[in-house]
Design a protein around this ligand. Sequence first.
Ligand code: GAL
Length: 365
Amino acid sequence: MKHYLKSITLVILILPLFMLLSCETEKDVDVNSEIREAEESEHIAIESIDTTSDKIKIGFSMDTLEEERWLKDRDMFKEAVEALGAEVEILAANGNDAIQILHAETLIDQGVDVLVVVPYNAESTAAIVDKARLSDIKVISYDRLVKNADVDLYISFDNEQVGEMQARAITELVPKGKYVYIGGADTDNNAHLFKKGVFNILQPFIDQGDITVVYDQWTKDWTPLNAFKNMEEALIANNYEIDAVIAANDATAGGVIEALDALGLAGEIPVAGQDAELAAVQRIVDGTQTMTVYKPIKTLTDTAAALAVELAKGELVIGDRTINNGKYEVPSILLEPIAITKKNIDTIIADGFHSKEDIYRQKGN
Ligand code: GAL
């Protein structure tokens, strides 16, 4: 049976590959080899759903597993879905639109009851939602909003509030001076919300002439390397005179701090991040990062899993507010983030997000 399933799925996967290969351009060659790599590196876990069982089946299409937080999302979501007696198939697209669309098609063809999507690209993922709707499959936009599409539910944290928390913490320390803003990926709606939150707080300071934002740039694909390059550029353009940095997440804050470290400036300039990644919390303890924002992932995964199962049962899910995604008012749930500095690291430990031993571990151990 498993072999039979496997060959059907392979046909589903291979057919679009042939179609892509028949009109190959340079970009297609790249995409095709990335798809092959993804297949080879087991990102396509084609056998985890038993299509013969009558359990509710949830498909979880993720953008990436690059950052620590997404590994928690993956594991905790699986656990939450299974605790509800349903099953889940999880695919991660390595930050590639074509792969994510292919994954979604695979999940739809496998007959999942609900599709949960973390979009790599807020706009192009609308194609996934349209395909799911054609097969009567409900879609949850998870953590990141899919723009211009009829998603059934959006569940995330209050991302604008995340940015506000960052800017509040940094303006308390540096009420006057030259600021650098290292944004997230332009393709991710959250990056825009984080930035909006930051500028909600900075604007009055800017209007008074107390704060000048001397550098403000997106970071392609959220990578620490691109953030490092941005920070280098910001430092050079400003004669190495910077008073504070707000980075859109902990991965980019890591890149920023490496750039500062190369000049012996790590710990001299306040830096904000968000995600409460272990490395970031360790940097807070070391004094090279000022703050992060903790988003309790378990609350997100538990809520998303429960609502996915309700949607699969045909129940009405309304959320606690609506958010316009460019097409319509999407029923939404936004969870509360928590600002973390050296003073309240215990909050993260008490929640079991990171252990005390891990946080205070000596570097290199
Ligand atoms: C955002 C997410 C953040 C961060 C980032 C990079 O959408 O809200 O927590 O991890 O993506 O993947």
